[in-house]
Structure formats: C-alpha cells, structure tokens
Design a binder for this molecule. Structure first.
Ligand code: 6PG
Length: 235
C-alpha cells in the first residue's frame, strides 16, 4: 500500500492525472487498450477536468464505473452524466460502458455484469481493470459498498439502496471481487471531515462491516491512497 500526501486537491488531481496518462500509455502499449473504472462523487471531478486537456490515444481507452446512482443520465446525481460534460464531450471518440441507470436497479446490475463479461480476463467473468478510481465517504463506504452491506458477495455487480448525504439512494455497484483484481486501485480522499475515517480504515482494527473501504485489498496490484494534507491529518 502506498500513501501519497498532497498540499491540496489541485496538487492531488495534477499528480493523479499524470499517473493516469502514464499507466494508460503503458497499458495500451502492452495490451492495446486501457480499462479504467471511474469513481463518482465530487473528489475526482478536478482530475476528470485535467484529463480533458491531456493527449492520449482515447479510442483505446474503455471507461467503466465502480458504481452509479439509478437516476436518469441528465439528473445532476448521475455520475456518467456529470463526467460526460467535463470529460467525454471534450476528448472525442472513446469507449463508454456506463451502467444503464434508467433501468430498474436489478436489471441495470445484470446488464452491467453482461457488459463486464465482454471484457473478461480468464478465469474471471469480468476484466482486470488497469486502474480503479475510488472515493470514500466519511462513513467508510466506497463505491456503493456501505456499512453493513453484504460481505461475501461473489457476483461482480450488485443493486443496493443506501442513504448518504442527499445523494440518490438506489444504486448499482461493482463488488470487491472485481475491484480487488485490478492492477492499480487509487483512493482519492480529501478534507478534514474524512481524516478520522482515513485513520481508522488504514491504521485501525479490521472491520469490513463498519468500514467497507477495508474490503478493497488488491490480490495482485497496487493500492494507493491519494490524500490531501487535511484527510491525512491523523495518519
Ligand atoms: C458515489 C461514489 C461514492 C463517493 C464517496 C465520496 O457515487 O458517490 O461512488 O463512493 O466516491 O461518497 O464522495 P465525495 O468525493 O463527493 O466526497
């Protein structure tokens, strides 16, 4: 596990954008494609804005999501819709594999599992993502894996209902079995409000029910915490 601390979200986003492009270029050179799972929430938005100005062989990039809220694409709570405005509308032709949030949650979860199968890396029925971006709530959730969510889930996708701030409650999420096969997993976390949870997740007792972010343990990959000084304040 690596812990990278930055003065602020701008510096964090600049560093994350640089690493994203470097790994994307390496993945494309090695495997002819770059598979990335994006995070929702506000923290990664500055990173997406920076990526919109980067040069990359975008037609070889495949965008997926770690989770999505089950609201229409044009709803402000839809992660794909927000990312389309600040990134996809700017970079031109690429490959978008969004969670069909307009479907019933269970149908959306099944449809997404079907999409993942098309990119499967044997022996799994889902891809090994080159990079997974994740955020973390102040309650220790990540993606849409919330406290007391089902633990031993072997399906790649799950429809969940969870309440966090004023965000849409019905969601579809990838599960740890998928996340943990990734080559790189990056948590982007900022703000003093998360410092205590960051400390508990990283240095506290293991309690995946209480801190679902602790279920993110790459089997054969790198786990990187990208934190601003505020979120890292108690480490
Ligand atoms: C979502 C995300 C969620 C998010 C955290 C942190 O769809 O909301 O997947 O897990 O990353 O809630 O959100 P912020 O970055 O807005 O604090």
């Amino acid at each position: 596990m690596f812990i990278n601390k930055y003065r602020n979200i701008e510096e964090l986003s600049q560093s994350a954008a640089k690493a994203f492009i470097e790994i994307a270029e390496q993945s494309i050179a090695k495997r002819g494609r770059f598979l990335v799972s994006l995070s929702g929430g506000s923290t990664p938005m500055k990173l997406y804005e920076r990526l919109a100005n980067e040069k990359l062989d975008w037609p070889r990039v495949h965008f997926f999501w770690g989770d999505e809220r089950c609201v229409p694409v044009d709803d402000a709570g839809n992660t794909y819709g927000q990312t389309k405005k600040i990134l996809f509308d700017k970079i031109g032709q690429t490959n978008i594999h969004r969670i069909e949030s307009e479907l019933e949650p269970d149908s959306a979860a099944n449809a997404y599992a079907h999409t993942l199968k098309k990119f499967a890396d044997a022996p799994f029925d889902f891809p090994r993502f080159d990079v997974v971006l994740l955020g973390m709530g102040d309650d220790g959730h990540t993606a849409s894996l919330f406290p007391n969510s089902p633990v031993d889930v072997y399906s790649p996708t799950l429809a969940v209902t969870a309440h966090y701030q004023d965000r849409p409650a019905n969601r579809v999420t990838l599960t740890p079995v998928v996340f943990n096969q990734a080559r790189e997993i990056w948590f982007l976390v900022t703000g003093t409000g998360k410092a205590e949870t960051v400390r508990s997740v990283i240095n506290g007792e293991r309690n995946v029910e209480k801190y679902p972010a602790q279920r993110i343990q790459p089997v054969n990959g790198n786990l990187v915490w990208m934190l601003d000084e505020a979120a890292a304040g108690l480490l």
